[in-house]
Design a binder for this molecule. Structure first.
Ligand code: PFF
Length: 470
């Protein structure tokens, strides 16, 4: 049993920390990338259904189970499952809540390093040199040039940023829950929203930058993302339903073991129902209203559909957008704050992927904080090196992300809701959630959490298997 005395210092602190975990690269890059890939409106329908049937209820289950496990003295997902299920097999079920966030961290932190690197390169003007070829820059930066041309160690080399970003993450994790995670999120989240609003105002006033191409205007840019087209065909695609459900899990950080760990530092009288809903709403605002209105319209007004279709999530963010910024007035400034925004969004998320790992090594192996950090640091660094090796082509990252960030979480989310509704039992689970709650879970969520959410997950999974494997 863990002897940690760690706790959140305020209600706002824990909400900002969970919102910080939720708001991340998923909101500003992954969401617009997927929504455009799956045809905008059709994707949004599946997305909102998944929000109501998966994100919100599984989030409540996770907050509740985390607090319950924490009160029993556990903070790692295996420990919490063990305490709740009261059977040795519980540990193994909970193991995924350690494995998945740590694996996501391995590639997520690598992109986080790109964000910091791009922010500094933008600030110093390296990203807006005349006649610049952005794919070349990207390949040099990530050390993946086919021609083997020299790689510099400096601002134009990703390695140094990986080291900086690792150091920052582990420094804040070392400082602990309230002095580390809560501190970063309390400052980072308001700043992030402010920056996003400034960039949004810039994008929405871009008008029609090239009079020779009147169709490439902001309205059409927004339309490209949001227009209802081919909805019926889109909705018949099982991959779309899986992607939408996966995005809900990924974006809300639900089903990963991140929220369960954060919630384990709550006290008995702390609310989980309203806090969970508030953090989820903050995430949706940042995703749909901010993330959905910035990158795609900006790319569209300068490059039309060619700038978006087939670019993949990362291609849009790191090949197309630097080019976009280079073309707009005050582009250097906007590029700098945009990549800073991505970096802030990313670090508040990556911290929440490390905490489950630290909790696991402290509890499972009985290690002290420093030793746990050492083991986790080595393990993740090895993983990040592998990701770097495999990501010579940007599409590989999208594939890694699909298997871990969509399929992996899908399985975790299913386990969570079944344990909540069937092992703890829906009545007891909801009673538990209502302890200290400032809002009650609406009555109609009871059958949803017990039957509809698991059936919905099963349906998507079967559709996915039928479409991909058989
Ligand atoms: N929610 C984060 C995002 O949208 O970028 C990603 C994330 C955070 C995934 C925390 C997993 C996690 F445990």
């Amino acid at each position: 049993m863990s002897k940690t005395q760690e706790a959140w210092s305020s209600r706002l602190g824990v909400i900002l920390a969970v919102a910080g975990s939720a708001v991340g690269l998923g909101n500003f890059l992954r969401f617009p990338g997927l929504a455009t890939q799956y045809g905008g409106a059709a994707f949004m329908i599946a997305y909102f259904i998944s929000l109501l049937l998966l994100g919100i209820p599984i989030g409540w289950a996770e907050w509740t189970m985390g607090r319950k496990g924490g009160l029993a003295g556990y903070h790692s997902s295996p420990g919490i499952f063990h305490a709740i299920i009261r059977h040795p097999a519980g540990k193994y079920l909970g193991l995924l809540g350690f494995i998945v966030p740590v694996m996501v961290y391995m590639y997520y932190v690598y992109i986080e390093a790109w964000c910091l690197g791009y922010a500094l390169n933008a600030a110093t003007g390296n990203l807006s040199l005349p006649g610049m070829n952005y794919s070349d820059f990207f390949a040099t930066f990530t050390g993946t040039r086919q021609d083997g041309a020299s790689i510099h160690f400096g601002l134009s080399d990703v390695g140094i940023f990986v080291v900086i970003v690792y150091a920052l993450n582990f420094f804040f994790i070392y400082r602990g829950i309230s002095k580390g995670v809560e501190f970063v999120c309390k400052w980072g989240m308001p700043l992030l929203i402010l920056i996003a609003l400034i960039i949004l105002a810039r994008v929405l006033t871009l008008g029609t930058p090239d009079p020779a191409k009147p169709d490439q205007n902001v309205i059409n840019g927004l339309g490209f993302m949001w227009n209802p087209k081919e909805i019926a065909t889109g909705l018949k695609n099982p991959q779309l339903w899986l992607a939408a459900a996966g995005q809900i899990f990924f974006s809300l950080s639900v089903g990963f073991g991140a929220i369960i760990t954060y919630a384990s530092y709550l006290k008995q009288k702390d609310d989980v129902v309203l806090s969970g809903l508030t953090a989820a709403s903050a995430n949706e605002f940042c995703e749909v209203a901010l993330g959905g209105l910035i990158t795609v319209p900006a790319a569209f007004v300068f490059f039309g559909t060619a700038g978006i279709v087939g670019m993949g999530t990362f291609g849009l963010g790191f090949n197309v957008l630097p080019h976009v910024f280079a073309q707009m007035a005050f582009g250097q400034f906007f590029a700098t704050i945009f990549y800073l925004l991505l970096f802030l969004a990313a670090i508040t998320s990556s911290l929440s992927m490390l905490q489950p790992g630290i909790a696991f090594f402290e509890e499972g192996l009985g290690l002290g904080r420093k030793a746990a950090m050492g083991v986790l640091g080595l393990l993740t660094a090895l993983g990040t090196a592998l990701v770097w090796w495999f990501s010579k082509d940007l599409k590989a990252l999208d594939t890694i992300d699909f298997w871990i960030g969509t399929v992996g979480i899908f399985v975790c989310g299913t386990i969570l809701i079944i344990v909540f509704g069937w092992v703890i039992g829906i009545d007891e689970g909801i009673n538990e959630a209502h302890q200290g709650a400032e809002m009650r879970i609406p009555g109609f969520y009871k059958p949803i959490m017990k039957y509809i959410t698991p059936l919905y997950l099963l349906a998507i999974f079967v559709m996915f298997l039928l479409a991909n494997i058989f």
